[in-house]
Design a protein around this ligand. Structure first.
Ligand code: A2P
Length: 338
């Protein structure tokens, strides 16, 4: 019989954690026992898995005894706080936070791109930032065919990137607006409803945000291209749960728009939606709840020799986080890495 794993979800009650639970079930991951971990706010809460009711447990340093794989999505500070306990318990952590992504001995993996990097893990595999994942799934075939020299990424990121509380805040702002009540902003710097906010994560002194530099540095690491020229502007938009991105690409070799459509049509994790005559292009409303990254508005950029523009939309909670993490767990299981 195939090996079964004792799995824990750290942050099981969060926007990503809840979806990790349902994706484990959907994809029939070989789970022996499942532990749901959260803070005292949610301990005791019931959640459903495969028709069974599981009780959320309080996360403590002793939570990982007998656990094989920890899917972590409780934020970077919680991951840092518990990583030693996880490794001491000989469990593998697949971490959705930014805590270890850029550490040299931590593989940063998008299964469609660099699954082999999982093999050099020392107990931690990092799940990339959602905007990075959604951009890179369709960029991989383009890079393989024509070698990307430069990327300009502009993101339109959903409220879900700020977790369950981010989505709840946007919905509350809509209700308050409709009721004529004053609108409150706590999770975001300003009212998000009817607005766009060019500010995600903290600012560095040079004016870039941490989110923007995650896209730059994580892309280079995943592609193993430390010198790739990349610049990003990341923006929060009043969308609930799928991110969109406008990506300008400069390649070494010329690719026509048709060649890109053909390359992407057969690419894993990608759906091409590109037929402007029939108003077909990706939109976050329709990418929500789906696994693939949707690509459209594929055009040659006439302002440079070998340039392309693409528009991508992908579910931030699924492929941008929970699905990618479960796919990493599948590689771990398939390759016997645990
Ligand atoms: P809780 O429900 O107890 O707050 P999101 O990213 O959607 O905000 O979710 C964060 C997840 O991380 C939730 O499951 C949350 O649990 C969990 N979490 C946050 N802080 C802690 C903590 N100090 N200990 C354990 N779990 C935590």
């Amino acid at each position: 019989m195939a090996k079964e794993y004792n799995v824990a979800i750290m942050g099981a009650t969060g926007a990503v954690g809840e979806v990790m639970l349902s994706i484990l079930e959907e994809r029939k991951f070989p789970v022996k026992n499942l532990k749901l971990l959260a803070s005292e706010r949610s301990a005791g809460k019931k959640m459903k898995y495969n028709g069974r009711e599981l009780t959320v447990e309080l996360l403590t340093p002793d939570s990982f005894k007998g656990v094989d794989i920890v899917l972590a999505s409780a934020g970077a500070s919680i991951s840092k706080q518990y990583v030693k306990n996880i490794i001491d318990a000989r469990a593998l952590i697949i971490d959705n936070s930014s805590a270890f992504r850029m550490d040299d001995d931590v593989p940063l993996v998008v299964p469609e791109i660099n699954p082999e990097d999982c093999r050099r893990n020392k107990g931690i595999i990092a799940n990339p930032n959602c905007t990075t994942i959604i951009a890179l799934v369709p960029l991989k075939p383009i890079h393989d065919a024509a070698r990307i020299k430069r990327l300009i990424v502009s993101s339109y990121q959903a409220a879900s990137g700020a977790g369950a509380k981010g989505m709840a805040e946007l919905e509350q702002q809509a209700r308050d607006w409709a009721a004529g009540k004053p609108i409150k902003a706590e999770k975001f710097a300003y009212q998000l409803l009817f607005n766009v906010i060019p500010h995600i994560d903290v600012f560095y002194e040079d004016g870039y945000t941490k989110e923007e530099m995650k896209v730059v540095n994580e892309t280079r690491k995943i592609f193993h291209e430390p010198g790739m020229r990349i610049t990003a502007t990341t923006v929060r938009v009043p969308v609930l749960r799928a991110h969109s991105e406008s990506i300008n690409i400069e390649t070494e070799k010329k690719l026509t728009a048709n060649e890109v459509r053909e390359l992407l049509a057969g690419a894993p994790g990608v759906t091409v939606e590109d037929d402007f005559h029939n108003k077909k292009y990706p939109m976050p409303l329709f990418a929500s709840g789906k696994d693939n990254c949707f690509v459209g508005r594929i055009r040659e950029d006439f302002s440079i020799d070998n340039g392309l523009n693409i528009w991508v939309a992908g579910d931030q909670i699924r492929k941008g986080a929970a699905l990618n993490a479960v796919q990493i767990a599948e590689i771990v299981a398939k390759e016997g890495l645990k």
